[in-house]
Design a binder for this molecule. Structure first.
Ligand SMILES: C[S@@+](CC[C@H](N)C(=O)[O-])C[C@H]1O[C@@H](n2cnc3c(N)ncnc32)[C@H](O)[C@@H]1O
Length: 215
């Protein structure tokens, strides 16, 4: 186990984070395999099992920095990935990136314009910085999941897929009820690369039923 000395001015939580990174086999693997994040393995593992990313697809990646999921989608042969994040991301070939808050009023339309058509997959790994106040954090997380979901319903093709990071047991019952009507299959997944001590889970909804007023 690699330990580091506590530097003056560095918080104990930062020291713990650095130690965890140094001892995390997925971090080492990501560096070796050329992935920008260990999160890339979560998407690889979920896609390995459920095969929702395919060659030629158009994909939207919400909360994309530093770009690990974009790398995976493009490696799988997806033809266009439109991505957004609050933080900067270096663009890859086949990717269009917008540095903006997804919750901004004009962000969904900008993403639609950048994609120029319907999407096969909308995936969201968005996570806000936690406040430590459980209820506030829960509301913030759910707001991101719901906004991502509303956007997915507007942009997805028939049979498209929606993947979103959730916490604490998954989507809330109201939203889950909606998702079960809009999609043929809904799953909550904890990929092996997701840290066991995190309440993070992913919601994967596949087989989008095209909405009646869609063209
Ligand atoms: C876990 S990271 C994503 C990692 C990414 N999937 C990868 O493989 O590299 C979560 C990201 O969500 C972004 N995020 C959180 N809230 C956001 C928002 N409202 N709009 C855009 N991005 C947001 C954060 O800036 C952060 O970069």
């Amino acid at each position: 186990m690699k330990k580091i000395k506590t530097a003056k001015g560095r918080k104990a939580s930062s020291t713990r984070w650095i130690e965890r990174q140094l001892n995390d086999p997925y971090v080492t693997r990501a560096q070796k395999d050329g992935y920008r994040s260990r999160a890339a393995y979560k998407l690889l593992e979920m896609d390995e099992k459920y095969k929702f990313l395919k060659a030629g697809m158009s994909v939207v990646d919400l909360g994309a920095a530093p770009g690990g999921w974009c790398q995976v989608a493009l490696q799988k042969g997806c033809k266009h990935v439109v991505a957004i994040d609050l933080l900067p991301v270096d663009e890859l070939v086949g990717m269009t990136f917008m540095q903006q808050d997804f919750m901004d009023e004009d962000a969904p339309q900008k993403l639609k314009d950048a994609l120029g058509g319907k999407a096969d997959v909308v995936m969201s790994d968005m996570a806000h910085n936690t406040t430590g106040h459980k209820y506030t954090d829960h509301l913030k997380i759910m707001a991101l999941v719901e906004a991502g979901y509303d956007f997915a319903c507007e942009i997805l093709k028939q049979d498209g897929a929606f993947l979103a990071k959730t916490f604490q047991g998954g989507a809330e019952s109201d939203l889950l009820a909606r998702i079960k009507i809009d999609f043929k299959t809904v799953r909550h997944i904890k990929p092996p690369a997701s840290r066991a001590d995190s309440s993070e889970k992913y919601l994967l909804a596949t087989g989008f039923r095209k909405q009646q007023n869609d063209s």
